[in-house]
Design a protein around this ligand. Structure first.
Ligand code: GDP
Ligand code: MG
Length: 750
């Protein structure tokens, strides 16, 4: 004789066949009464099995759990107050998407759920099919096919219900779906406040209470106010704030956005589980019609490649002008300060440390603004979701998400990108684990600052094959990013792979105002960083390459040699008539004004420049960075790197542009521009302590090792300092191991 009673609620939209199912399940054993406080009929019935007494309750039909009508209130209160052991949600499977809307809300309440896919006879007649195992997996609760009118599937349905009610003590984790970049942070902030205050804890989980507040559910808010006026007021203020923001950017309220994301979530599920083996005349909505092309098997990827290419080209082509302008402005500022101040450490600190450092950082701002503007547009229209949908199958293999392609491309998946906006673009990823893995490997991509390093090495050791080298480098970076992502996802960024649901929200026209607000918010966050952390770091690096300064007795020989040349020149200078000197000067000036900076140098000036470059090399060698470079030779020689390479790699921690310019100084070429590295290529190819095998190892090292400091700070902002530090350490260790392997094997093969 069973003693334990299980309460089973039957929920569903009106006309889904709920009452028919109730009758089929309970037969004649029915009891009709009223729901407490309302004049809504309550039907319940008992089923006695070997183990349990099942108390089945037929709930009033309802589309959502936001209580408007008496019926809906009765259904809602049953779920929140009566705590049934399990709920069977009867669905009209013929319009799955719309019917699952209620299921999501029940699951958010954390009530154990079983889905009855009713009217399967109609579904089949319409030429459709539903992949039930996949639906079970995606929704995270069992689904059973039924035809209530014929009593089909009712046994299985009851078995599942009892199983769900009795396993894990009938406890179920509440469903958590994303409500997008605007609402998710608010919900995340509300949740601990609600949980700590225990607000309405007897009704539902904290996140659910938060969602109800966002939806403006009057009954929940009223209960909240009664229970804890202070906390309730705090929550209402948070809702008001985000509501205002949403109104300005998307001209929609939180409830509208919540509904959108729920439908998006369900559209994603329906798209995967409902198939049309036989052609039928479904009414096609506009979104669907657009998707016919944009997610078409062949046309889809082509359109996507085109859009990615455009996003990339426009970002960097448009970004070039303001970037060049900013660079020039900071260059001008540096020169002006240089002229205004006397030679000395303070001047070097301000010009080479502060202005150069902050200037380098601010230079990225236009890039970030343009990238975010275009990305926000793509996101707001709903296209990013489609992109993820198409690419997901490939990226999933590596533990990533279809949307990972955006951060990769922007970081330099097409050579010439930049990891700073790339890392920031990882925000389009909603799963924290996938976002983390993506932004950790995105900096492997060939950013614009790495390109000159590869080109310089190619010119030195593979002359004529620069294009092939660049192609190989770009491909290697992709392979490395995907493989390392896989490695991370199976080790430190491990997370049970949640069944993936694509969110396909309806297409929507973004508003210019909304795009501008998004763009500005994100850019401003970045700029604030530039003023603080990055300034400090660039000064630290400046100090490492400047101190200790060359002792007087070591500096003296250089100064003596320069003085000797000058004296010699003065002596040798013939007594020229004053007009001739003036004419020569005028012509030199004229050339300068015409844009030719390099007035031909006299042999003496050339000699002096050479000596100054030698002195700069000696100063660098004597600095902390230089000493570190020498000290590192023991460790780095298995990878084929000499001290010059080591110092430049140290400089590369600050910015990858620094690699080529530091190598220039270390090879006593003076200050060289990354774009004009031909003399460096020549020098390095003649260096007996550096080889072709070393060059290959260096290429591998530069692809893999720690991201530049601006990227690190950006990462810290996204995922915290712990992971930013991990990225520095792990990438450098990986780079070292790979570089050693590359050097040793290519030496053997050579
Ligand atoms: P409720 O309002 O949710 O209680 O839905 P009902 O139980 O009243 O059913 C609505 C209509 O759908 C009735 O005409 C039922 O006969 C019909 N119906 C219920 N289940 C099925 C089914 O599995 N297949 C078909 N074809 N019709 C069904
Ligand atoms: Mg009914």
């Amino acid at each position: 004789m069973p003693t334990k009673t299980l309460t089973i609620g039957l929920a569903g939209n009106p006309n889904c066949g709920k009452t028919t199912m109730f009758n089929a399940l309970t037969g004649a054993h029915q009891h009709v009464g009223n729901w407490p406080g309302v004049t809504v009929e309550k039907k319940s019935g008992k089923i006695i099995t070997d183990e349990f007494i099942l108390d089945v309750v037929d709930l009033p039909g309802t589309y959502s759990l936001t209580a408007y009508s008496e019926e809906e209130k009765a259904a809602r209160n049953f779920l929140t107050d009566d705590h049934p052991h399990v709920v069977i949600n009867v669905l009209n499977a013929d319009s799955l998407e719309r019917n699952l809307y209620l299921a999501i809300q029940i699951m958010e309440l954390g009530v154990p759920l079983v889905l009855a896919l009713n009217m399967m006879d109609e579904v089949r007649k319409a030429g459709k099919d539903i992949n039930v195992p996949l639906l079970t997996k995606l929704m995270g609760c069992p689904a059973v096919e039924t035809v209530a009118r014929q009593g089909k599937g009712k046994r299985e349905l009851l078995e599942e219900a009892v199983r769900v009610a009795t396993t894990k003590n009938g406890r179920t984790e509440p469903l958590r779906i994303s409500y997008g970049p605007d609402l998710d942070p608010v919900l995340d902030a509300m949740e601990p406040i609600i949980a700590q205050a225990g607000l309405l804890a007897e009704k539902g989980p904290a996140r659910w209470v938060g969602i109800k507040y966002l939806e403006g559910d009057t009954s929940v808010i009223r209960h909240g106010q009664e229970q804890n006026p202070n906390v309730s007021r705090q929550l209402e203020a948070m809702v008001a704030k985000v509501a205002q923001h949403l109104k300005a950017t998307l001209s929609a309220g939180p409830d509208g956005i919540i509904a959108d994301y729920r439908y998006g979530y369900l559209a994603g599920i329906a798209k995967q589980v409902v198939s049309y083996p036989t052609i039928n005349a479904e009414r096609i909505r506009l979104s669907d019609r657009i998707d016919r092309v944009l997610t078409h098997q062949f046309a889809g990827p082509i359109v996507m490649a085109l859009i990615i290419y455009l996003l990339y080209t426009i970002t960097f082509a448009l970004g070039k002008f303001p970037m060049d302008g900013l660079e020039a402005a900071f260059g001008w500022l540096g020169d002006t300060v240089k002229d205004a101040m006397g030679d000395g450490l303070l001047r070097s600190l301000i010009v080479d440390g502060a202005i150069a450092g902050v200037g380098g950082v601010m230079g990225f701002v236009p890039l970030i603004m343009i990238m975010f503007f275009l990305l926000s547009a793509l996101e707001d229209t709903g296209y990013v979701a489609r992109m993820a949908y198409m690419l997901d199958r490939v990226f999933r293999i590596f533990g990533l998400h279809g949307t990972s392609v955006l951060p990769f491309i922007i970081s330099g998946g097409i050579a010439g990108g930049c990891a700073v906006p790339g890392v920031m673009a990882s925000r389009t990823l909603r799963s924290p684990k996938e976002k983390l893995a993506t932004l950790l490997v995105a900096p492997f991509m060939t950013c614009g600052a790495k390109v000159p390093v590869f080109l310089m090495l190619a010119a030195a050791f593979f002359p004529g094959a620069e294009a092939s080298v660049m192609t190989a480098v770009t491909l290697s970076a992709w392979v490395a990013a995907l493989l390392v992502a896989k490695l991370l996802r199976t080790t430190v960024v491990k997370g049970e792979s949640t069944p993936f649901v694509m969110e396909l929200p309806p297409y929507r026209m973004p508003t210019l105002r909304g795009l501008c607000i998004h763009t500005w918010e994100r850019s401003w966050q970045y700029m604030r960083k530039a003023g603080t952390v990055i300034l400090g770091i660039s000064i630290l690096l400046w100090a490492a390459m400047t101190f200790p300064s060359l002792p007087a007795d070591l500096a003296k020989p250089f100064e003596d040699r320069i003085a000797a040349i000058q004296a010699q020149a003065d002596e040798a200078k013939p007594e020229a008539p004053a007009e001739a000197v003036a004419a020569a000067q005028a012509s030199a000036e004229g050339k300068k004004n015409a844009g030719e900076d390099d007035a031909p140098l006299t042999p003496q000036e050339k000699a002096i420049k050479g000596i100054e470059a030698e002195k700069a090399e000696a100063e660098l060698l004597n600095s902390f960075a230089g000493r570190a470079g020498v000290a590192m030779e023991k460790v780095m020689s298995p990878a084929g790197f000499n001290w010059r390479v080591n110092i430049s790699l140290l400089g590369g921690f600050a910015a990858k542009e620094v690699i080529v310019s530091t190598l220039g100084t270390a090879y006593s070429l003076g200050k060289i521009e990354a774009e004009e590295a031909a003399p460096l290529s020549e020098k390095i190819s003649q260096d007996e302590t550096f080889s072709k095998a070393g060059a290959l190892a260096l290429i591998a090292f530069v692809i893999l090792y720690a991201p530049c400091f601006v990227t690190i700070v950006t990462m810290a902002k996204e995922v915290g300092w712990k992971w930013a530090a991990f990225s520095m350490g792990f990438n450098t260790a990986l780079a070292y191991v790979v570089a050693v392997i590359v050097f040793q094997t290519s030496r053997l093969l050579a």
